[in-house]
Design a binder for this molecule. Structure first.
Ligand code: FES
Length: 78
């Protein structure tokens, strides 16, 4: 299975949470208003620190969203 992360194709196991996939790549999931890097924190959908853009949808919680073939993920956004 292939997902597109910030424009680059990445092989990923089907159904793997995209938060885990991004964490393994040391990705910055989002930026705070003052530019601080955020990533996985609670890992279970409660803190909203892991928000990314997925297939054009804003504020998707990466930690509880399974990867799917062809999914387009954009990280490092405010
Ligand atoms: S890491 Fe807390 S909601 Fe995703």
């Amino acid at each position: 299975m292939t997902v597109i992360i910030d424009g680059s194709p990445v092989e990923a196991p089907a159904g793997m949470p995209i938060g885990a996939l991004l964490h393994a790549r040391d990705a910055t999931l989002r930026l705070t208003g003052d530019g601080r890097r955020r990533g996985l924190f609670c890992g279970m959908g409660l803190c909203f620190d892991c928000l990314v853009l997925v297939d054009g949808r804003e504020a998707v919680r990466a930690c509880i969203t399974p990867a799917a073939d062809g999914m387009r993920i954009v990280t490092g956004r405010p």
